[in-house]
Write a protein that binds this ligand. Structure first.
Ligand SMILES: Nc1ncnc2c1ncn2[C@@H]1O[C@H](COP(=O)(O)OP(=O)(O)OP(=O)(O)O)[C@@H](O)[C@H]1O
Length: 300
């Protein structure tokens, strides 16, 4: 059973076609990345999944069927806008929000305390939310998103205010959720985090999905027919090479159609005057793919 199944969903706001026929699914045990430029329709789609907005047409299935009140408690949502009760104490605030999601009070208190310890915030449990730094508040809010152990976690820019240590902490929590067979839908503009974490992605552009697949497949579609090499000696006049580009000590050998990286590797290995420190089939970064897709490319 898919955690989310979204089929041909459309939504307009007074003349703006925000979402124009979007379809995708999210499976159990998946860390699913949603990317796309500002205004592309990501948040609108998330709001429709959460039943905050109603689609004009199309269907959204959550946990195998239509959304209902009970299912809302099986979702955890960290919105882009941050917001906690600033005058409450951290622990009280977390407990209150968890009880709204159906957790019994004592259980909520236990889980909130354990969570604060895990993310190294045990010492602020009795402080007011307003006394915490932005990153600390974000960790608390992330905690309120997952405390009730939702089957689907939907998070918008979860790493925005976090330093590298805290980013790793939240990443590990998300990996735990994936390991437990639950699903995470993550919306972020931080491409390196999508590259490091996500199994599959969709990319929105102007209200439509323009890329949908595993990271590996998406990259392959945009890969140049090239290899990157570093080393000493000459990389010129190799068989099957169309052109050579050099940037920051890295050489990109653009291969002619029909030339395999393996044959280039063999040709290099047989050269006595050239040493190779690094040989890699060129893969485009997600950042690069993003820019190219926004500029109208669709890959091979
Ligand atoms: N409540 C609303 N009323 C009118 N227009 C809206 C509303 N919400 C969103 N829009 C419009 O719908 C389009 C998609 O917006 P949306 O917030 O879904 O984009 P996004 O992909 O989440 O962007 P960002 O990366 O900036 O968060 C935009 O043109 C936006 O102006």
């Amino acid at each position: 059973m898919a955690m989310l199944n979204i089929v041909d969903v459309k939504k307009s706001f007074a003349g703006t076609e925000a979402v124009r026929g979007v379809s995708f699914n999210v499976e159990p045990g998946e860390l699913f990345g949603v990317l796309g430029p500002n205004g592309a329709g990501k948040t609108t789609t998330i709001r429709m999944i959460l039943d905050i907005l109603r689609p004009d047409s199309g269907s959204i299935e959550v946990l195998g069927g239509a959304m209902d009140e009970a299912k809302k408690n099986r979702i955890g949502y960290l919105p882009e806008e941050r917001g906690l009760y600033r005058n409450l104490k951290v622990l009280d605030c977390m407990v209150y929000l968890a009880t709204l999601k159906g957790l019994e009070r004592n259980e909520a208190r236990k889980r909130a305390s354990d969570y604060l310890e895990r993310v190294e915030l045990g010492h602020v449990a009795q402080k007011k939310v307003s006394e915490l730094s932005k990153g600390m508040q974000q960790k608390v809010q992330f905690g309120t998103t997952i405390l009730h152990e939702p089957d689907i976690v939907i998070i918008d820019e979860p790493f925005e205010a976090l330093d590298p240590v805290n980013t790793r902490m939240v990443k590990d929590l998300l990996f735990d959720i994936r390991r437990e067979g639950r699903a995470v839908l993550m919306c972020t503009h931080q491409m390196h985090l999508i590259e490091e974490m996500c199994d599959r992605i969709v990319m929105f552009n102007r209200g439509e999905i323009v890329l949908n697949g595993t990271l590996r497949d998406v990259r392959r579609r945009f890969a140049p027919n090239a290899v990157w090499v570093e080393g000493h000696g000459s990389f010129d006049n190799l068989p099957g090479i169309e052109s050579v580009q050099t940037e920051n000590g890295q050489v990109q050998l653009n291969l002619q159609a029909g030339t395999s990286p393996q044959s280039v590797f063999q040709a290099l290995a047989s050269r006595s005057d050239t040493t190779v420190d690094r040989f890699e089939v060129a893969i485009p970064s997600l950042d690069d793919i993003f820019v190219r897709v926004v500029n109208g490319e669709r890959g091979q």
